[in-house]
Design a protein around this ligand. Sequence first.
Ligand SMILES: [Zn+2]
Length: 201
Amino acid sequence: MIQCTLCDRLVLGLAGHDWTALPWMVAPGTGVPPGPCHVRCLEDLGCAGAWAEAVEAYHCRRWPLWLAGVDAGVRWRLHGSRAARRFHLWRSDGRLSSFPYADLTATHPLRLSTDLAEIGTAHAATLLTAMGTDAEGVAVPLTSVITALRLADRYPRLAGTLTRHLRPAGPDTTDVLAARHTLPLSPSCRRAAHHLMRSPW
Ligand SMILES: [Zn+2]
């Protein structure tokens, strides 16, 4: 079971809503221990911005190809990793995320696929109970799962589904719970993403 170091409640692993703070990311004096946590919990402590600042230099060093902007007072920097064909979105409000080039299409909004748990783990059992079904292929709205887990205040404005899938893994398959969920991107950030994908650098 993955628990938030700040509120002891479940951390689901959804881009832009939670994160695992590594020891070097934790700004001294913020009172944030290393480990998984909700971005909302960092906000409640008033240190989401300080935490984002602590990882800013790392993002710039690790992924030196980026475009930046400001939307509604939030600074952002979209880093492109050409080798991995992946974006890493840094935001000054701490809502960091990472997603593959392939998830960016002309359609609005951006939808990500994330495997949350493998069937057989305690984490999956908790999620299945919250879903109210263990049938394969049934897409349960994430909002109802999150409400059943009493996490609605930690995962606000989240649209999507949670589904039990058999996922090919080499010659075998793994039985997983996969989320399809939205990640809001501003029009300027979306333009930056398309530009980064097309640029020859
Ligand atoms: Zn929390």
